[in-house]
Design a protein around this ligand. Structure first.
Ligand code: FAD
Length: 316
């Protein structure tokens, strides 16, 4: 059996989990087995919908103490749920990054984190993954009986198959004393950055926090999340949770719009898995243009109002 961990936030399944479910279903098909899912915490969404992504059975532990993510408690429950699993799939997001390595130790299972493709089964179990902050690929052959894959967001896509999954409670022992994480505040923008389809991001080229209105205006119009380069967060123009890059959040939206950002390698490391990159920079030699699908050489203070007006007209 292939088991996929379904991540939830505030009672709703995260977008990246539908992709992980689709991927798990395909791995199950390739290995001649079925795909099942585990989800922790109380969830408002209809879980049988996971059948539409190829999942046959969803195991739930609907305990409110699991609504806040606690890596150790989650690992313990998923270890028990994975008893009969040959392959366990995560999305390579914050939860996956924290749980998959712990699970790997507990289950003595080989882990491929940052998987970029389906396993190749012609000669063992080999998975292509990104290395060096997405600059290169490595093929990892997993030789342990149990295998864990943490899939890069947007590496596979969401595939609907039709169907409805059976939803069953999973009997987990939760030791309340072991739940040591207490959530005191939820810090996020209107659209969570890690899950956003579109991200509008600003760099030092915007000159100061007072000019961020054009970033947030365009983001509101597009239903996008906002992000920034590291210096912008370091000098407190924007909050640190918006900082993307090697030392910040790694994101993979469908559309990343970079305004006044030079495109340093450390910044690209966090955004180069975006499907489409649009760069607005007044310097035609800015390195970001090499990574861009579309580039506008121009002053952000002239270009952005025009884009905002154009989007407003399109939406009118
Ligand atoms: P700048 O380099 O100052 O670039 C500003 C850009 O704006 C320029 O290209 C300029 O042409 C353009 N510009 C100026 N005015 C305008 C205008 N009016 N209109 C349009 N364009 C304009 N950085 C990150 O972002 N994320 C990280 O995670 C990260 N991690 C790092 C880790 C390490 C170990 C190190 C050493 C560095 C890291 N950095 C990171 C910093 C990184 O190297 C760059 O310094 C940083 O990304 C530059 O930010 P920036 O592009 O906003 O600013």
């Amino acid at each position: 059996m292939v088991l996929v961990f379904i991540d939830q936030a505030a009672g709703h399944i995260k977008k990246s989990s539908f992709e992980a479910a689709s991927y798990a279903a395909k791995v199950a098909e390739l290995t001649g087995t079925t795909a099942e899912a585990i989800i922790l915490g109380t969830v408002a969404d209809d879980l049988s919908q996971l059948g539409n992504y190829g999942i046959t059975k969803v195991h739930t532990v609907a305990d409110a103490s699991l609504n806040n993510f606690d890596a150790q408690v989650y690992t313990k429950i998923i270890t028990a749920a994975a008893e009969n699993a040959d392959v366990i799939v995560f999305s390579q997001n914050t939860t996956g990054k924290a749980v998959a390595p712990r699970l790997s130790v507990r289950l003595k299972a080989g882990l491929v984190s940052g998987a970029a493709a389906l396993p190749e089964l012609s000669n063992g179990f080999t998975v292509k993954k990104t290395v060096f902050s997405g600059k290169a690929f490595a093929n990892i052959t997993v030789t342990t009986a149990k295998k864990i894959i943490a899939l890069n967001p947007n590496a596979y896509g969401v595939i609907t198959t039709g169907g409805s999954a059976e939803v069953v409670p999973f009997n987990a022992t939760i030791d309340a004393a072991k739940v040591t994480v207490e959530s005191v505040d939820l810090v996020k923008g209107e659209v969570p950055l890690g899950e956003a389809d579109i991200v509008v991001s600003g760099g030092r080229g915007l000159k100061g926090p007072e000019n961020w209105g054009m970033i947030t205006d365009l983001a509101h119009l597009l239903g996008a999340a906002t992000a920034c380069s590291r210096p912008v967060a370091d000098i407190h123009w924007r909050p640190h949770h918006e900082h993307v890059g090697q030392t910040g959040l790694a994101i993979a939206p469908n559309l990343y719009i970079a305004v006044g950002i030079s495109g340093a390698i450390q910044h690209l490391a966090g955004v180069n898995r975006s499907k489409t990159i649009v760069v607005i920079n007044k310097d035609p030699e800015a390195p970001f243009f090499k990574a861009a699908d579309y580039g506008i050489v121009g002053d952000a203070f002239e270009v952005m109002p025009k884009i905002i007006d154009a989007v407003k007209k399109l939406k009118a």
